[in-house]
Every structure is written in structure tokens, then in C-alpha cells.
Design a binder for this molecule. Structure first.
Ligand SMILES: NC(=O)C1=CN([C@@H]2O[C@H](COP(=O)(O)OP(=O)(O)OC[C@H]3O[C@@H](n4cnc5c(N)ncnc54)[C@H](OP(=O)(O)O)[C@@H]3O)[C@@H](O)[C@H]2O)C=CC1
Ligand SMILES: CC(=O)[C@@H](O)[C@H](O)COP(=O)(O)O
Ligand SMILES: [Mn+2]
Length: 412
């Protein structure tokens, strides 16, 4: 882990460097060269962008889930030629284990995990086991891994990047754990705020991707529309901050300026507010515990503004209640919840199922899942999680008649 008092730039590895979090992470690093430099990069299928990033940053390690090392070296050579510079020769990694290998690479102080999905669990564990500070955007790895991830993390080694959890971590600096009464996570409400369940049945993928306040990757944007994102975030907060599920609430705040709040036992509420931008939580995550001056724009108090708060409609959006039930059921139920959701989101975008079928699929998987039958007594382990995920993906896919092919390569 980096020395919090050191003035040397922190060496940051970006897992999922070609995605929304990853590219914003690179922007944060480029804007603060006195504080950060790039150590490693890992991407999925966008090899050309990964190669351009490798040339621009001089990263020491580069991994691709899809390109071979020869293809990656060729892409880097091409990108260097196009940029008119000499090609760098980083250590190259390829295939399903590349992200975890780059996450463990010893040339880093900090790993920003911005992969999407439970496939991020291996790099999360690899970064922690390598002793790096982990700035975690990939909430799925914590939610699925649960106590496996918590046990792998030394005190202070895991810093949340998710905007709500970054807000909570900041607000929690104001009091001791014993003084916390409850956590309140804000939700934008997504593009379908105010719709009834019947109205949700006919919405399209394009409508689901039209998030009102955040520009993010496809899966998290879809999850915001279904409230699965908020459901995952409630469990994420429970795991990060050791607050009971019953003391974590959700409130809809369409402006996405207040990113979450902590209510203390004396009736005080501390909220964190800033215009919606991930630059701030990313910068704080990789710079933790230090703030990065100028990381993002602050609220402009000279302009009139209205911030509103309303209760979550749990009849139309049942994902949060369902996740609380699942998390309380067994240590592998959230792996089932998440895997069923990942499959259903893909099926929704492929036009195989409707929007409300997403949460209905998750609900059926969570309700039908019997850990004793599926795991045969295996306690929480990577093997058990893989079996739970396999079961959930197959159960989900059966609903729309797809073959029960397994998890994504490189996953659990
Ligand atoms: N975007 C945001 O503002 C926020 C995101 N988050 C969380 O951060 C995480 C990332 O989200 P986001 O950046 O939006 O997602 P994106 O879809 O934009 O990016 C995902 C990244 O993961 C890479 N990737 C995908 N599959 C694989 C794989 N099998 N092996 C290796 N790399 C892979 C992609 O590579 P490629 O593109 O090259 O295929 C890409 O770099 C999610 O967990 C999300 O919930 C949390 C808060 C805010
Ligand atoms: C930016 C971020 O942290 C996202 O997870 C965001 O929370 C999504 O917005 P919703 O509140 O609509 O889920
Ligand atoms: Mn969030």
C-alpha cells in the first residue's frame, strides 16, 4: 500500500482502463502528474484504445482479455507509429487471467478496479493479495465475494469509488462507528422514475440507457433503471461499513447532487454534495485519504437550484427489498442475485426479454436457490461462488430458452 505521507507520485494500475471508469481514471491521473502516474492497464475487447493508452501512458504492464500478446504488441506498435513515437515494450498479459495478473503486478501502489460484473472478483482479490491499495468501482466483486473480499483486505486497504460509498466514507469521517444511526443512499430514480410496474413492462433498451444524470457503461446504466444498481449498493454499503441492512435506507434524489448521507445518533445528518461527476470519487479513491485539488467542479451556490427527495416506490421497483432478503439468506445468495441479473441484462439488450423480466428473473433465481442442494455443504469459497453463479446463470437462461453456457471466461 502507498505511504499516505509520501510525496512521490502514486503508481496506479487501471483494470477496465478502456471503460467509463477507466478512461475517467486516466483523465484524473493526467490532470495530476505530481500525484499519480500510470503503472498498469487492463482491458477487454477494445484493443485499439488499450494500445493507444499504453503508448500515451508508458504503462509497465498491459493486459487484454481478448487479444493475444502478439496481437497486443502489434496494436501497440501501430498506435505508436500513428502517434509518431517509439513503441514502448510493457510486460504483456493475455486471456481470461490477464486482468488479475495486471492487478497483482508489483509496479503499482494503487489499483483502480473498473471492470464490469462479477468477473472483477479475481482482480479485486489479486490486488488485495499483492498488498496494493484497492480503489473499488467494481461493486460486484465485493457484493459477490462478501467476506472473502473483506478478509483479504487489510484495514484501510479497500477504498470505495462508487459515488454513494465515497460520499458515505467522507461523511463517516465526522463520527465514530458507535455514533452512526443509519446510512441513507441516494438514488437518481433513473429514466423510469414515477412509472408504475405496468408501464415498465414495455420500455425499450434505448430508453433504459437514457440515464438522466450519469454517463456510464451499459450494465450499470441498465441497473440504475431497474434499481438493481441501488440494490447492489445497499449490500455494498453493508459490507463496506459494517452497518446492519435494516439501518440502510434509500431515498430518491433526481438531481444526483447529494451522493448519500450518514445520520448520527444525535439527529445530525452529514451529506456529501457535488455535481454528478465520477472524477471526484475516482480522484479521492486513488489518492485516499487525501483530496485532489481541482478534481471536479463544486456546487455553484450563486445559481438558484432545487434539490428534492422522495421515497422509493418499492411496488414498481422491488430490487432493493429483494437484495436485502437475498443477502440475509446465505453467503452465496448475492452471487446468485448478481449472476441472474447479469444474464437478464444481456437478454434484455438482445431483445429476448422485457424490462420487468430482469428483476422477475433475479427474484425467481433467489427464491429457487437452495445452497445446500447446489453446493452440497461447501462453505463460502471461490468454488462455492462459482457453483452458485453457474446455477444462477443456467436458471436464468432457462427462462428464455437459452443454452446454459457458463460464466464469462476469467470469471469465478
Ligand atoms: N461508470 C460509472 O460512472 C460508474 C461505474 N461504477 C461501476 O464501475 C464498474 C465499471 O463500470 P463502467 O466503467 O461504467 O463499465 P464499462 O462497461 O464502461 O467498462 C467496463 C470495462 O471492463 C472491461 N471488461 C469488460 N469485460 C471484461 C473482461 N471479461 N475482462 C477484462 N476486462 C473486461 C471493458 O473492456 P472493453 O471496453 O475493452 O471491452 C471496460 O474497460 C462497474 O462495476 C460499475 O457498476 C460505479 C459507479 C459509477
Ligand atoms: C455514479 C454512480 O455511483 C452510479 O452507481 C450511480 O449511482 C447511478 O445512479 P443511480 O442512482 O440512478 O443508480
Ligand atoms: Mn453508485
Amino acid at each position: 500500500m502507498p505511504d499516505a505521507g509520501s510525496s512521490a507520485p502514486r503508481r496506479v494500475t487501471l483494470i477496465g482502463s478502456t471503460g467509463s471508469i477507466g478512461t475517467q481514471g486516466l483523465d484524473v491521473i493526467a490532470a495530476a502528474p505530481d500525484r499519480f502516474e500510470v503503472a498498469g492497464l487492463s482491458g477487454g475487447s477494445n484493443t485499439a484504445l488499450l494500445a493507444r493508452q499504453a503508448v500515451a501512458t508508458g504503462a509497465g504492464a498491459v493486459g487484454s482479455a481478448t487479444a493475444s500478446t502478439d496481437e497486443l504488441a502489434e496494436a501497440i506498435a501501430t498506435a505508436a507509429r500513428q502517434a509518431g513515437v517509439q513503441a514502448p515494450s510493457p510486460q504483456l498479459y493475455s486471456g481470461p487471467t490477464a486482468a488479475a495478473e495486471v492487478a497483482a503486478w508489483e509496479g503499482a501502489d494503487v489499483v483502480l478496479n473498473g471492470i464490469t460484473g462479477s468477473i472483477g472478483l479475481a482482480p479485486t482479490l489479486a490486488a488485495l493479495q499483492a498488498g496494493h491499495l484497492l480503489a473499488l468501482a467494481n461493486k460486484e466483486s465485493l457484493i459477490v465475494g462478501g467476506s472473502l473480499v473483506k478478509q483479504a483486505a487489510a484495514p484501510g486497504q479497500l477504498v470505495p469509488v462508487d459515488s454513494e460509498h465515497s460520499a458515505l466514507a467522507q461523511a463517516l469521517r465526522s463520527g465514530s462507528a458507535a455514533e452512526v444511526r443509519r446510512l441513507v443512499l441516494t438514488a437518481s430514480g433513473g429514466p423510469f422514475r414515477g412509472r408504475t410496474r405496468d408501464q415498465l413492462a414495455t420500455v425499450t433498451p434505448a430508453e433504459a440507457l437514457a440515464h438522466p444524470t450519469w454517463d456510464m457503461g451499459r450494465v450499470v446504466t441498465t441497473n440504475s433503471a431497474s434499481m438493481v444498481n441501488k440494490a447492489l449498493e445497499v449490500i455494498e454499503a453493508h459490507l463496506l461499513f459494517d452497518v446492519p441492512l435494516g439501518d440502510i435506507d434509500v431515498v430518491v434524489h433526481p438531481q444526483s447532487i447529494v451522493h448519500s448521507m450518514v445520520e448520527f445518533t444525535d439527529g445530525s445528518t452529514i451529506a456529501q454534495a457535488s455535481p454528478p461527476s465520477m472524477l471526484l470519487p475516482i480522484a479521492l479513491g486513488i489518492g485516499w485519504p487525501h483530496r485532489v485539488p481541482g478534481a471536479a467542479a463544486a456546487v455553484d451556490w450563486t445559481r438558484a437550484a432545487t434539490w428534492t427527495f422522495e421515497p422509493l416506490d418499492e411496488d414498481a421497483f422491488g430490487a432493493v427489498r429483494l437484495a436485502k432478503q437475498a443477502a440475509a439468506s446465505s453467503t452465496t445468495h448475492m452471487a446468485v442475485y448478481n449472476a441472474a441479473n447479469e444474464e437478464a441484462v444481456e437478454a434484455f439488450h438482445a431483445g429476448r426479454i422485457g424490462f420487468t423480466d430482469i428483476v422477475d428473473t433475479v427474484r425467481a433465481a433467489v427464491e429457487d436457490y437452495d445452497p445446500a442442494a447446489v453446493l452440497g455443504g461447501e462453505s463460502l469459497s471461490l468454488t462455492a461462488l462459482a457453483a452458485a453463479e453457474d446455477w444462477a446463470r443456467a436458471a436464468a437462461r432457462r427462462r428464455w430458452g437459452a443454452a446454459p453456457t457458463g460464466r464469462p471466461a476469467g470469471g469465478l
